[in-house]
Ligand binder design. Structure first.
Ligand code: PAF
Length: 312
């Protein structure tokens, strides 16, 4: 299979390197920044952490024309870049290409459906922890489950092949017939953890060590669950608060993706996580004050470092 991972962030680098290292597939990394792509091409992707230490040499390109049509595209860009990335990678997608999103947040599937047609789109979530240490250098912080599926619930040959390749690469992957449930189940975990880590600057595990913080987390999760119930989406776990707290403990030493963004003074995915919950809840007249405060605080942090950069 010719596989293109789009986005050289923590998960993108980890996936591209793991598939290259553990399978015989033809692996490419698409990075829209030519200088960075060149550096990764010269040095390879360095991985350390729970899957061992290795360097994988993958093909890189910053123009889709240089790669051409492939069998599988895995979208790993930040959710706020999905639209732009879909435009950038048009030439990768042919009649039998599958396009898989493993991004955090909601809204990505709709953008991909609009761009490529729902027939080609697969969605999924992965709970592996990955921290970007530098350009093309990633720490695999923790192994966990990965689930993929199609919005129409059909389990076709193509999705089995994708699950197979990911599993061979060390991302043990299940197929779900209810991917909407899987995406919202992950969204609730991200809504409980990510913004709170960005505001408090704590690692995931520390969030449950402080009663006050734990209380805020519980309220944010309860608000999101009210929305999910109204939308009649079934979560993949029975007790959402217990689930979020158990993810905190299981990924205790993780610096969440949103805290990584804040520490690197980058834009965060807040609009696609807590912000999306606030927007959708508002449309259904469900109050979400805690998610609104978390969204506003993270947006304030983003604006403050943008301002500092302008003043430099
Ligand atoms: O976004 C993240 O960092 C991860 O999805 C999670 C599960 C919160 C672990 O850090």
């Amino acid at each position: 299979m010719k596989i293109v991972v789009v986005g050289p962030g923590a998960l993108g680098c980890l996936l591209a390197a793991s598939i290259k290292n553990r399978t015989r597939e033809d692996v490419w990394l698409f990075d829209n920044m030519p200088e960075r792509a060149k550096k990764i091409s010269e040095n390879g992707i360095k991985v350390e952490g729970v899957s061992g230490q290795f360097t994988a040499r993958v093909n890189t390109a910053s123009s889709a024309k240089d790669i051409g049509v492939c069998d599988l595209v895995i979208l790993c860009v930040k959710s706020y870049s999905t639209e732009e990335a879909c435009r950038d990678i048009k030439e990768l997608v042919g009649t039998s290409t599958s396009v898989l999103t493993l991004q955090n947040g909601i809204g990505n599937v709709q953008i991909m459906n609009d761009q490529f047609g729902a027939e080609k789109v697969m969605a999924g979530v992965t709970n592996h922890g990955a921290t970007l240490l530098g350009i093309g250098h990633v720490r695999h912080a923790g192994k966990a489950d990965t689930t993929i599926g199609r919005a129409d619930g059909r389990v076709l040959g193509a999705i089995r092949e994708v699950a197979n390749v990911l599993s061979k690469a060390g991302f043990e992957t299940k197929i779900s017939k209810d991917i909407e449930s899987v995406i919202w189940s992950k969204l609730i975990i991200n809504a409980g953890i990510n913004a709170l880590t960005a505001v408090t600057r704590l690692n995931n595990g520390a969030l449950v060590e402080y009663d006050e913080c734990r209380q805020v987390m519980r309220c944010a999760v309860q608000e999101a669950v009210r929305l999910v119930k109204r939308k009649r989406i079934k979560l993949s776990y029975d007790d959402p608060i217990q689930k979020v707290e158990s993810v905190c403990r299981a990924t205790a030493s993780n610096v969440s993706s949103m805290l990584q963004d804040v520490l690197n003074r980058k834009k965060t995915e807040i609009d696609f996580i807590n912000g999306a919950i606030v927007r959708q809840a508002k449309a259904l007249a469900i109050p979400t004050p805690i998610n609104e405060v978390l969204t506003n605080l993270v947006k304030t942090i983003e604006s403050s470092y943008e301002k500092q950069l302008r003043e430099k």
